[in-house]
Structures are given as C-alpha cells and as structure tokens.
Design a protein around this ligand. Structure first.
Ligand code: AMP
Length: 140
C-alpha cells in the first residue's frame, strides 16, 4: 500500500470530486486540471503506488473500468478518439503515488500527438541490442 494521497481522501469522501463511475474496488472522476473536456482518472480504491504493486484481480478490475468508461466518455464529449495512459513512476511524470489511469478524449486537429511523443528522442538500437532486451524481459 502507498502513503496516503489526495486520491485516498477522494475515495473517503473527505474532499470533493466529480465522480463518473464507481465499483466496489475502483473509482473514476474528472481530472481537476483537464487536458481535454472529459479527461478522467480511474483509480483503484486501495492505494498502490505502481502498476506492479497491484494485486492481479485489482489490475483486472481497473482495466474493466477503463474498458467500460472509454466509450461513455467519448460519447459524452463528442470526441473522435481517446488516449489512455499511466505515468508509472516519478521519472515518467507520476506526481501522485496512487495508481491512476488517465483517459484523455482526443479531437481531430486538437494539436496533440500520439503516445509515441512521450519518451523524448527515440534510441537507435542495433538488432543485437533489441535481441538482448527482449531476452532480458523474457528472463531467458
Ligand atoms: P500524474 O501526473 O499522472 O500523477 O497525474 C495526477 C493527476 O491528478 C493530474 O492530472 C492532476 O490534475 C490530477 N489531480 C490532482 N489533484 C486532483 C483532485 N483533487 N481531483 C482530481 N484530479 C486531481
């Protein structure tokens, strides 16, 4: 479990939020500083800092909520698409150490970019390096 954050206070009803969806284990509410109309955060009610920390069933519950919400959000704000993202760790931009999924409605010509833009300059990796990385992830 992570340290108490502002999201725990939202779950406890101690501070207000514009809730859009709730299950026994998850809560979704509008982001207070939206990147687009309908920008929504989906969180597990229990506070875990990183995606890796989530119990598997809670991880499934979280994605089920994302799956249910994305078409509803897209329709509600008449968006053309959705970007779904998680800042998983401070170096990735995570400011609140309680797992949260950003659902950001996207509009034709909104001036934003694809998720490929998040990582700075792409590395130029040789085939051997790619093979080594894949093996390392597989834990060969
Ligand atoms: P991250 O940088 O991925 O940790 O994102 C944290 C998000 O939480 C930001 O988009 C904030 O705008 C949002 N946020 C912070 N406080 C609140 C709040 N009280 N209610 C709703 N969203 C919040």
């Amino acid at each position: 479990m992570s340290e108490e954050t502002i999201f725990d206070k939202i779950v406890a009803g101690e501070i207000p939020a514009r809730t859009v969806h709730e299950t026994d284990t998850t809560l979704a509410f509008l982001d207070a500083n939206p990147l687009a109309p309908g920008h929504t955060l989906v969180i597990p009610k229990e506070g875990y800092e990183r995606v890796r920390d989530l119990p598997a069933s809670l991880s499934a519950d979280l994605f089920a909520a994302v799956h249910e919400l994305t078409p509803r959000i897209e329709a509600a704000v008449d968006a053309d698409a959705i970007t779904i993202g998680i800042n998983d760790g401070p170096a990735a931009g995570q400011e609140i150490p309680h797992v949260h999924v950003h659902i950001v409605p996207r509009f034709e010509g909104d001036g934003g970019g694809p998720i490929h833009g998040v990582a700075g300059s792409p590395p130029d990796l040789a085939d051997e390096e790619l093979d080594d990385i894949a093996a390392s992830i597989r834990d060969d």
